[in-house]
Design a binder for this molecule. Sequence first.
Ligand SMILES: [Ca+2]
Ligand SMILES: [Ca+2]
Length: 190
Amino acid sequence: MGAYEYVGPPYIDLAVTGGSIQPSTGRAGQAIDVTLRVANIGLYRSAGNWTHVYLSKDATYDPSDYLWIPGVSVPPLAAGQETSGVLHARIPSVASASYYVIAHCDVINEVAEWDEQNNWKAIGVLTVPTSAARWSWYRCNKGRFLRQFSAARCALTSLPVGAIWNCTFRAKNQSYRGGEGVVADGSNRS
Ligand SMILES: [Ca+2]
Ligand SMILES: [Ca+2]
């Protein structure tokens, strides 16, 4: 027995020790590499466990966070051992915003730990930018006498993915007859 051998109760402690995302900005469907590090910072060997990766509006995990990459398998770890891996993921269809990428190890608590409260860590920030509003076309069902105006009053610099925006669209009946209906819309085709 060494002079400093630990003789207390089993001391196992898993923790997310770090990670990164590359690139840190992208739109839905884009490929992202998520690097993740999990360590056993305890003094006894830990069993394998499952780790999830979430997108969160703030740096603290809570159950409403978006489960992005579920079920990353973390192998058994010797005391003090760290494991790392690169996950290849795609950005999901989430609202445009900046999200903290939070990793959570031992998600179903298969490992009894000294500290269960240090199993979450924000490992980066992923920004899903707003889509630039390039209103490439407008149309109205131009009748013989309807004139379509440019949508000068429809000015918008950006529109979140999936958002709907109402604007005022102008058309003019230049004839001497009434009764022509108008349907108008615009589309961002970017
Ligand atoms: Ca822990
Ligand atoms: Ca645990």
